[in-house]
Design a protein around this ligand. Structure first.
Ligand code: 13P
Length: 251
């Protein structure tokens, strides 16, 4: 049985005061739950947010939004896996479409980041197609290519304990959500693709859906058998909304 996970990707939002307010509001109403929960603040706030989560005794793990593929050295502005581990990060997102697009990260670099991360952290590998690719019927081929880059580098064993997030690019921040059936189709495809190499790991890997998840649509998405939770952007910045999404992931 896969434990559901709901992770908030705060993206480049927040301030020290905003973060304190958000965590305070989460602490007021955080339920007893069997759903794993994480938040991914910007790097500069990781340390302080980690402290605030511990002080509030919240069962929310810390995640980062990106990491360097390099382990250490002269890489100005980069943050390494061991630095994230040092800050008690448990998760790190790699290959988010906003980085693939704006920062020009290709499948090869994403695979290197995933590989660097997996020894110390749980990588959350983002995959997803553009609107044009979906319209051209290329969705599954794009997802396969993105997965294969990681499979070639790390093998199926690399996905042991890892998380995959299916985030169709056309659904991110647009208010356009994939239908539960569209999400399920891709999630099953991901699982079958991995199962060709390792059935056990494919069965155990958690596959999150991300893209305009909110309190209103979370339950029907999470009801799909291969949707194991969500990677939440905008709605993770509002405590009530995030907690409602967390509740929807409970089984
Ligand atoms: P939104 O939930 O704002 O669409 O963002 C999804 C996302 O990119 C999470 O990583």
């Amino acid at each position: 049985m896969r434990q559901p996970l709901v992770a908030g990707n705060w993206k480049m939002h927040g301030s020290r005061a905003d973060n304190a307010r958000l965590i305070g509001a989460l602490a007021e109403r955080f339920p007893a739950t069997d759903v794993a929960c994480a938040v991914c603040p910007p790097h500069v706030y990781l340390s302080e947010v980690g402290r605030m989560l511990r002080a509030a005794e919240l069962p929310i793990a810390l995640g980062a939004q990106d990491v360097s593929a390099e382990l250490k050295g002269a890489f100005t502005g980069e943050v390494s896996v061991s630095m994230l581990e040092d800050l008690d990060c448990s998760y790190v997102i790699v290959g988010h479409s906003e980085r693939r697009k704006a920062e020009g990260e290709d499948d090869h670099l994403v695979a290197r980041k995933f590989d660097a991360a997996r020894s110390k952290l749980v990588p959350i590998l983002c995959v997803g197609e553009r609107l044009g690719e979906r319209q051209e019927g290329e969705t599954l081929a794009v997802i396969a290519r993105q997965l294969d880059a990681v499979l070639e580098r790390c093998g199926a064993i690399g996905f042991g304990g890892a998380v995959i997030a299916y985030e169709p690019r056309w659904a991110i921040g647009t208010g356009m959500t994939a239908s539960p059936e569209q999400a399920q189709e891709v999630h099953v495809f991901i699982r079958r693709h991995l199962a060709q190499q390792d059935a056990k790991i494919a069965d155990e890997v958690r596959i999150l859906y991300g893209g305009s998840v909110n309190a209103g649509n979370a339950a029907e998405l999470f009801a799909m058998p291969d949707v194991d939770g969500g990677l939440i952007g905008g709605a993770s910045l509002k405590a009530e909304e995030f907690l409602a999404i967390l509740a929807a992931a409970g089984r």
